[in-house]
Design a protein around this ligand. Structure first.
Ligand code: ZN
Length: 1095
């Protein structure tokens, strides 16, 4: 968005709002006018039947039992208990998510008022119809059947600096990691290869204090140095907990037996540690902390059971002396968190509480901080000074998903209407009223929690304080008691001081030869006939407010007049693509119901009209320009759905040439492959953002089409890209249609501006995601949907205080799908620490990886990929070295000690380093890399988690009688058994891998053929068979498809088939064919890096 729009949106960040003037404003005032529908955000189809009054949770006092610094922490001094109990001018909570097309009853009346006396639980308020139905979408980064991968073996350490000079050097290195107390004993062979499957997970419950060492069997344990906490019933490593019935301990609940130092390999419950007592030499870093330090993880290679050397293939002998079972297991960490945190709701009333992992299924109750579905942080306890932050090198970042879909049982943000006067804000920093503002002087003024400025309470907002200093309407106002809520925006928050019109969707279909021949054009037209009935609409609206328009194009553009009064649609051709204009205004954007017959006729005719086309060339930029001009003419925001097949080489603005060159890989020019080849699209994107024109791109390439350039506008307007290489109707149409349906129906806001405010001492300095920025603070998005994430990095600009902590407030100004201007506010309070140990104890590695991946993926635009990889390794080594130096007890330098909350940092980091963007295999195309780079940049934490460390499920272990998934196993070939069938998913693909020795009966049940050899190569669907195993597998796949924002491509892989190479690419703990290190090797490498930093 251009600077101009800053002026339009000035008020939210500019002047204070005018005082109270009554609720006269038509449609947007405090009281809805009769006949004016109240817009319920996001409930496209299923509006909400009556709303139940939320009640204060009984007796919940979030501040009790908080271990940090021994003092209770509450939201602010006024709030010791929180309970939403809203009355008055509140409107119904908005809904979010993409509900099923035909679910839900309509809302009886537009305006929902909350009874002040109701006592229903807040969680019951949202009807099931608001449930998000995820239309499984898809994408296709990899092409099965493309050239087989190269099989060259690269030295393991190649990517991370000089490789060990020799085997001897590596041995020395590893010997150096030894700690004296334990002797290494060689365990049984590790069972490399398919032959001997390992147990998928380690037995026994997870424990916080384990060392990364020791065999699971008889190995004596290592000493863990942190001091035994004096009162062990309390805090565990990890986030502070309230000792209440409310929030479950986020990551590490009290574990019986914690006092007994738990050592040994992961997952093993150990007896009391003989060496434990008295080994802690001092408490330089923990002294003031009531809680125990996070028990470190230690890696002691020589004490770790290793496969017998003579059992290993020759080239592995020197390296694989560490038992993979003895190093931190992602599966174990995920399972531990599930069993610890999955049963109780996560209540957000406590400052700095680390939420459960994204892989844990948990319910959230908003009691003053935004749900982790909206905001996740790399650390929930941030250093008080920039020196500490620099020393630790832990990035301080928040991953924000402002319109995230909630679980059906969770409460959607309430819509608060302050009438003409708009939301109450701080006079100076313009922060919005929130639970952390302090009311003073009997309630006449409030002090800003972000900048400390004191502001008069507007007369209409005045309320008395109770004896604790809390406003007596505290529970009645979401903005005083909840972490997330919405304000209805006044006209001051609108472009040109005018309330927006409802947005429009324009469908723009490539009708060149390839698109027609593949059946794509016909498929799209057929689908649109029904899909147009499911456009997003707000709760109680009878029909969607969104208008639609249609364009087809090849070298020229065809606009269609589909005005309801016409008997037949009219086509208007614009062949002068150099200066695009829209040849018709009236009749281009129409209401679907009014123009139903004309639209249906058009969609019938399009495939016929172009059936015999010989035109192979396309334009691209003029297509976007046409959509943009149409929205400008209609004075509305909107979304373009562009279905495009080829590199736009026809003579026109934005014309491209094929500049793909894989020889640039690993050269200083590699970055150009990720950069657009012309700045034309950047300028176009800027214009689009200014108009609120979001561009979604569906690509169907048969060859290189320069995703890096074509994606620029999509990326900068907050849109989505989908890619279906070598699109074939039979195999790809389900995936494409599922993606399209979900994309059209999902919750989306337009003309969005997001600003993140912080309390004094830190500020947002860097932003990652699909958006445009015209200044240093405002993130502008022409469109923002429920799947898009913005990652924000923070830096210190002053000291923070442990007492006041740190606050974030994310304010998103946007236009809803019905054209209502709104502000969505998310607040989050964090702790601050003067001890580095507290930082490391409250980190979230999944979020850290999300940030690091985005940081690295942006880095490849400007730096050689190797430089980016080295910087990543270096930063993580510094993070871990700082912990080792400042937080772990003195011990042998040969020991690798990992903070409990970061014990997966090495394995996940290695996955990022090995990803196709940072280390491509030869089979990965330039377009694939550009595509993945863009996708990852908008991913949330759950998506990056499964993308970098895919989920691997043994299907043959699935219980056909239960709904549960089989326990996941680690991503390594040696975990696979020839006699089993596995499923691997990473958010983009689902592989089903079939071992050569799978029982005939299972093959018959799943594939309907009698033997392994009869399963066809390259199968992409499973037959629908009426037996429990087939049903179970298909239901698992359906369930996974529902969980992801894109429909995943299904690829059946037979063991020892050519396609297996593709599958093995995702076994990320193994060495990769493109040279990526195995987990074990990388861990050794990290250890070496850390030791170098410490010496
Ligand atoms: Zn302020």
């Amino acid at each position: 968005m251009s600077v101009n729009q800053q002026a339009h949106t000035g008020p939210p960040y500019g002047r204070p709002q005018p005082g109270y003037q009554g609720y006269q404003q038509p449609a947007y005032g405090g009281q809805p006018l009769p006949g004016v529908p109240q817009l319920q955000y996001g409930a496209y189809n299923g509006p909400m039947p009556g709303y139940q009054q939320p009640a204060p949770p009984q007796g919940y006092f979030p501040s009790l039992g908080f271990p940090s610094k021994g003092s209770p922490v509450s939201l602010n001094s006024d709030t010791s208990s929180l309970a939403p109990n809203f009355i008055g001018s509140l409107r119904a909570p908005s809904t979010s998510g993409a509900p099923p097309p035909a679910s839900g009853a309509s809302l009886p009346s537009g305006h929902l008022t909350y009874s002040p006396f109701g006592q229903g639980d807040v969680q019951n308020g949202i009807p099931a119809s608001a449930a998000a139905v995820q239309r499984p979408p898809a994408s296709q980064p990899y092409l099965p059947g493309s050239a087989p991968m190269p099989v060259s073996q690269t030295p393991t350490f190649q990517q991370y600096g000089p490789p060990p000079a020799s085997v001897q050097q590596l041995s020395n290195h590893m010997a150096g990691m030894t700690i004296g107390s334990v002797a290494a004993s060689a365990p049984p062979p590790a069972g490399l290869g398919y032959g001997a499957p390992r147990p998928p997970t380690m037995p026994g419950p997870p424990l916080p204090g384990q060392t990364v060492a020791g065999p699971p069997t008889t190995q004596p344990n290592h000493v863990s140095s942190p001091p035994p906490p004096s009162a062990m019933s309390g805090p565990q490593p990890g986030p502070p907990m309230s000792g209440l019935h409310g929030p479950p301990p986020p990551t590490h609940p009290p574990q019986p037996g914690y006092q007994m130092q738990q050592n040994g390999s992961f997952g093993q419950v150990r007896g009391p540690q003989a060496n434990y007592g008295g080994t802690y030499p001092g408490t330089p870093n923990y002294g003031s902390q009531p809680g125990p330090p996070p028990p470190p993880k230690r890696l002691d290679p020589d004490s770790i059971p290793s496969p017998q050397l003579n059992e290993l293939p020759p080239q592995q002998k020197p390296r694989h002396r560490i038992d993979p079972d003895a190093i931190p297991s992602p599966i174990q960490v995920i399972e531990d968190d599930r069993s610890n945190c999955g049963s109780e709701p996560f209540v957000t009333g406590v400052r700095g509480q680390v939420p459960p992992l994204v892989t844990t299924d948990f319910l959230v109750k908003d009691q003053g901080n935004a749900s982790p579905r909206y905001i996740r942080c790399t650390s929930y306890n941030i250093p008080c000074t920039s020196d500490m932050a620099k020393q630790s090198q832990v990035p301080l970042a928040a991953v924000i998903k402002p319109l995230a879909t909630l679980r059906p049982e969770e409460t959607l943000p309430y819509l608060v209407d302050h009438g003409e006067s708009g939301p109450v804000r701080c006079n100076r920093c313009k922060a919005y009223m929130c639970p952390f503002m302090q009311f003073i002087e009997g309630g006449r003024r409030f002090q800003c929690c972000f900048c400390s400025c004191v502001t008069e309470v507007p007369p209409h907002y005045f309320q008395h304080l109770d004896h604790t200093g809390k406003r007596v309407d505290f529970y009645d106002r979401p903005e005083l008691s909840l972490g997330s809520y919405e304000f209805l925006a006044t006209v001051d928050y609108c472009k040109n001081n005018k309330f927006p019109s409802p947005p429009a969707f324009i469908f723009m279909i490539d009708v060149s030869y390839n698109a027609v021949k593949s059946g794509l054009v016909r498929l799209i037209c057929e689908e649109l006939k029904s899909l147009l009935d499911y456009l997003p609409r707000e709760g109680n609206m009878e029909e969607s407010a969104i208008r639609v328009g249609f364009v087809t194009y090849n070298k020229v553009l065809h606009f269609y007049n589909v005005k309801s009064s016409l008997a037949q649609p009219q086509m208007m051709v614009v062949s002068d693509v150099a200066d695009m204009f829209v040849p018709l205004l009236d009749g281009f954007l129409v209401n679907v119901n009014e123009s139903r017959t004309v639209i249906a006729s058009l969609l019938d005719q399009i495939p016929e009209m172009f059936a015999d086309t010989r035109e192979t060339e396309t334009v691209f930029a003029p297509v976007i320009q046409a959509g943009l001009e149409a929205l400008k003419a209609a004075e509305c925001a909107g979304k373009l759905f562009i279905f495009h097949t080829s590199l736009p080489i026809a003579e026109a603005p934005g014309k491209l040439k094929n500049r793909d060159d894989k020889k640039l890989i690993n050269t200083d020019k590699e970055k150009t492959l990720f950069q657009p080849q012309t700045s034309f699209y950047n300028n176009l994107a800027k214009d689009c953002v200014a108009q609120g024109c979001c561009v979604d791109l569906f690509l169907f390439p048969n060859q290189y089409l320069d995703v890096a350039t074509l994606g620029v506008v999509t990326y900068q307007t907050g849109g989505s890209i989908y890619k279906y290489a070598y699109f074939q109707l039979e195999t790809d149409q389900d995936r494409f249609l599922n993606d399209l349906r979900r994309d059209v129906q999902k919750e989306v806001g337009f003309d969005a501006v997001m600003r993140v405010r912080t309390s004094t001492g830190i500020r947002a300095t860097d932003f990652f995601g699909a958006f445009y920025m015209s200044n240093t603070t405002d993130v502008e998005m022409a469109g923002l949907d429920c799947d898009k994430t913005i990652t924000v990095e923070f830096k210190h600009d002053d000291k923070l205080s442990e007492d006041s902590g740190a606050l974030l407030q994310c304010a998103l100004l946007y236009t809803s799908c019905a054209g209502q201007r709104r502000l969505r506010i998310h607040n989050l309070s964090l702790n601050c620490c003067t001890q580095l140990a507290d930082l490391y104890r409250n980190c979230e590695t999944d979020t850290l990886i999300n940030y690091l991946a985005k940081y690295a993926y942006r880095g490849v635009l400007s730096s050689p990929v190797k430089t980016v990889r080295d910087a990543l390794v270096n930063q993580c080594a510094q993070i871990l070295a700082c912990y080792r130096k400042n937080c772990a007890s003195p011990s042998s330098a040969g020991q690798l000690i990992l903070p409990e909350c970061m014990k997966l940092l090495p394995v996940y980091l290695n996955c990022v380093l090995k990803s196709d963007v940072l280390q491509p295999g030869l089979e990965v195309t330039t377009d694939d890399r550009a595509y993945i780079r863009q996708l990852v940049t908008s991913m949330d934490v759950a998506e990056t988690n499964v993308f970098f460390y895919p989920r691997l499920l043994p299907l043959t272990k699935a219980d056909v009688d239960s709904d549960s998934l089989p326990a996941a196993i680690r991503n390594s070939e040696e975990r696979l058994s020839k006699g089993d069938i596995y499923l691997l998913e990473n958010g983009l693909n689902i592989f089903v891998w079939v071992g050569v020795n799978v029982q005939q009966g299972l093959i018959q049940n799943l594939f309907g053929v009698s033997s392994f050899s009869q399963i066809s190569n390259g199968l992409s669907t499973l037959p629908v068979l009426e037996n429990p195993f087939s049903k179970k597998v298909r239901s698992i796949i359906d369930m996974l498809q529902m969980q992801r924002s894109r429909y995943m491509k299904l690829i059946i892989v037979k063991q020892e088939d050519k396609l297996e190479m593709l599958f093995k690419h995702f076994l990320v703990e193994d060495k990769s064919l493109s040279g990526g290190a195995s987990y074990v090797d990388f861990l050794c490498h990290m250890h070496k890096e850390i030791r170098q930093l410490l010496s």
